[in-house]
Write a protein that binds this ligand. Sequence first.
Ligand code: BMA
Length: 309
Amino acid sequence: MPWEEKPAGCIDPVWRFSKNPIIGRHAVACANSVFNSAVVPFQGVFAGVFRVDDRARNMRLHAGRSANGIDWKIENDPIEWIVPDGVEPPEYGYDPRVCRIGESYYVSWCSGFRGPAVALGKTSDFERFEMIENAMLPFNRNGVLFPKKIKDDYLLLSRPSDPGHTPFGEIFISRSRNLTDWGRHRFVMSGTQPWESTKIGAGPIPIETTAGWLLFYHGVLTSCNGFVYHFGAALLDANEPWKLLKRTRRYLLSPQAEYECIGDVPNVVFPCAALADSETGRIAVYYGAADTVVCLAFTTLGDVLDWMD
Ligand code: BMA
């Protein structure tokens, strides 16, 4: 996985890749911008699903491949979802997450279903993508699956919202036996600190650790100039992940680099994927910056846990 050591003298728990952004706004010919995107290890290399806003400002998902997780070849054409009979096809798609469960790669995304809702689909090869169902009613965003079943249930985090830019938001969890019928909803967490006081939403697929599930999430503050998107992390109970064990009182990363402060939407860091190495504890976080480009930041499990204490 991509990795860069913490710079000498750095006191921050998360540090940016020196070659950010890794994907520029015109990485795809049709693109106005490429940001909030998800990657996974795939057959010895890496694959991903990318948010590409085109030059008509349609929001679409595109598949991509990479040998090293840094240099990406993104398809010029959007994913064409195979939609089962009777299922509302996506009017648009954005903010994907990709979750491996067994041999399948599940994509959750914010889908146009008479307004933003959480849709689920799957692929085994990043070429053929089948939609499963709209998992959540509108209005809901930031659908994030867990990478394994717990007590026979698939688990999905989500963030009920409104049809617009949503000045509120807390994380909930829902359970399902078949990835189609979701229920037994539980509240997980809300923002408590100023940096996350407007709303929060789950980010990358939770990472299983011996201390519980490590969840990176975005937290939004409303300033005189509008929303500011940071990210932090929480630790959720291993068996009952609606139970919050710990969280970062201070953010892990806030928009401070120029490419995070200047772009189509200034002051946004929005994590959608993380790669983790269990032997070393290394974590690489992929995040969208300023709704314009894709960036990488690094941390370790130890750094994040220390920041929670
Ligand atoms: C959210 C989503 C994200 C975006 C963020 C900041 O509501 O639309 O895709 O990064 O706003 O604009």
